[in-house]
Design a protein around this ligand. Structure first.
Ligand SMILES: [Fe+2]
Length: 139
């Protein structure tokens, strides 16, 4: 079941960031697909672990580009990433303790992958477009 699909509307004009966002969509879909399924605990745990690892990679990469581009809302954007990271940590803890409201996780992932990208990441496009070459980094 694909709940969220990365489409060109989500493009921020930096191919590597687009690829990273698309992979985050894929991880979110993997979570949605297995939540509530019997015997899917291992897949869910693995996906959450991968999400944690990858979120760090992605935020670090995005922030490096924004810093290089001298983005005027850099600090604000970084703080939003930190908030999302804290929220993800909290939801993961709740999941491990068996007290997670699954709908909370779904809503968090959906709002992150749609609202944050559409409303916040899109705002850095003009600043980043001025960079002659975006920094290279891990996918
Ligand atoms: Fe962002």
């Amino acid at each position: 079941m694909t709940r969220l699909e990365w489409t060109i509307e989500y493009s921020v004009g930096v191919p590597k960031i687009d690829q990273q966002h698309a992979y985050l969509f894929e991880l979110a879909n993997r979570l949605f697909q297995h939540m509530g399924m019997p015997d899917a605990t291992q897949i869910i745990d693995d996906t959450i672990a991968e999400l944690h690892r990858y979120v760090d990679t992605h935020f670090a990469y995005e922030e490096a580009i924004l810093k290089k581009a001298d983005y005027e809302h850099y600090e604000e954007h970084k703080q939003m990433h930190e908030l999302m990271r804290t929220r993800l940590d909290l939801l993961t803890q709740q999941l491990k303790q068996g007290v997670l409201n699954r709908q909370d996780l779904v809503e968090f992932m959906e709002s992150w992958l749609t609202e944050h990208i559409i409303m916040e990441d899109m705002r850095f496009i003009p600043a980043v477009a001025k960079l002659s070459e975006p920094p290279t980094g891990p996918l």
